[in-house]
Design a protein around this ligand. Structure first.
Ligand code: AOF
Ligand code: ZN
Length: 366
């Protein structure tokens, strides 16, 4: 790596660190960071904090003032060129007189999508891209998925015993994993636009799926997939905090009115072969600006999303305990008759969380 590449990587790495500060707060906007530097010297830093607020570039340029003239701006996402809730950052960069702009990844937002880079280049600014692109993509996997694929990035979170069991035969499941693992799940919820479960889990466990971290400013949208509108208006999940969206194929007006009277929002989705059409569910949620979606469900729904090839990441917590063969399985997957039909994953992360272990996996597309 030559000296300039090394410097670019170092400043971009810092910009990514700054962007990460918005992990819990920018939704539905991307997490973006910006460093204004002159050679090794950092002039100013900025990051995007919340939707509607100033973009990372505007924050950093505001702090840099006239010192930005002739400097390089490092941004984790291509600067925007549209008048949104704030003015176009490409114009702000041009007006500030920066000499060079490095951005990690192109902004797939159709209102930008190469337009920001083109505007900068047309103004005579040297433009370079691709530094730490994989890291920048990972930080905004949800936003990119919604923009590029028209569906949220789906993380399936499950907790099980060593032998892959999630509940005793009688349904009792509280608590297999320890406090540290459950606190870790809270942090995953904090970065998710929405947390989703199925009616079977609501009926069996009556969870709230709430975010209980004092340092968060937002509650993820809670979503229940309830094909036949089986959940009761008195279920814990219907009560605040945050909004509850019930997606159903049922046209039972009395049941849907009762849920809405209790504060839920009920919306119709076409039915699939068993349950809701999951592709339609994902499209619907993308339409509501859901970037990262976290599924915390029982074995049937988790299996259905896996079979539909809609899962981007599995996060499994394993407690060092055995529940035995009468207990319920982690994922309902029938019809795997031969090794060819098995579902394969690659391990992206593996660590200890308190008394338990956490494994993050990515499906390997067969
Ligand atoms: C951000 N923060 O730092 C950058 C963004 O909601 P608006 O009108 O402010 O526009 C959001 C879009 O602007 C966003 O989807 C992305 O395409 C672009 N860049 N957004 O929220 C930032 N640089
Ligand atoms: Zn912008």
């Amino acid at each position: 790596m030559n000296v300039r590449d090394e410097l670019d990587t170092r400043h971009m790495s810092r910009a990514l660190e700054l962007a990460g500060r918005g992990l819990w707060s920018t939704d539905p906007n991307p997490r973006v960071g910006c460093v204004i530097a002159d050679g090794e010297h950092v002039i100013a830093e900025g990051w995007h904090e919340r939707a509607g607020g100033p973009h990372a570039e505007a924050v950093a340029l505001g702090l840099a003032g006239v010192a930005a003239r002739g400097a390089t701006a490092y941004v984790t996402l291509e600067p925007c060129c549209h008048q949104g809730r704030t003015p176009p950052c490409a114009d702000t960069l041009i007006a500030a007189g920066v000499r060079r702009v490095c951005y990690a990844i192109r902004d797939p937002n159709p209102r930008v999508s190469g337009g920001g880079a083109a505007r900068l280049a047309a103004a005579g600014i040297e433009v370079a891209s691709g530094q730490l692109a994989a890291e920048a993509r990972a930080l905004n996997a949800g936003f990119l998925s919604r923009m590029e694929r028209g569906r949220p990035w789906l993380r399936v979170k499950l907790a099980a015993s060593l032998d892959g069991r999630t509940a005793l035969a009688n349904g009792q499941s509280r608590w297999i994993t320890g406090d540290a693992a459950r606190a870790d799940v809270q942090r995953l919820r904090a970065r998710s636009s929405a947390v989703m479960t199925g009616s079977a889990t609501v009926l069996a466990d009556d969870p709230r799926l709430a975010l209980r971290l004092p340092e968060t400013t937002r509650q993820p949208l809670r979503v229940v997939l309830d094909t036949r509108l089986r959940i009761a208006p008195s279920a814990h999940i219907v009560a605040p905090p945050g909004r509850l969206l019930v997606l159903t194929a049922s046209t039972d007006v009395a049941r849907s009115d009762a849920l809405e009277a209790a504060g839920a929002c009920v919306e119709r989705i076409p039915a699939g072969p068993d349950g809701l059409d999951l592709v339609a569910v994902m499209q619907h949620l993308a339409g509501l600006e859901v970037n990262e979606l976290q599924l915390e469900s029982g074995p049937t729904l988790a299996g259905a999303f896996l079979r539909a090839q809609l899962v981007d990441e599995l996060v499994l917590y394993f407690a060092p305990t055995l529940l035995g063969t009468d207990a319920q399985p982690l994922i309902q997957l029938s019809g795997v008759a031969s090794m060819i039909g098995r579902l394969e994953f690659s391990i992206s992360d593996l660590c200890r969380v308190g008394c338990d272990m956490r494994v993050a996996l990515r499906p390997v597309q067969g």
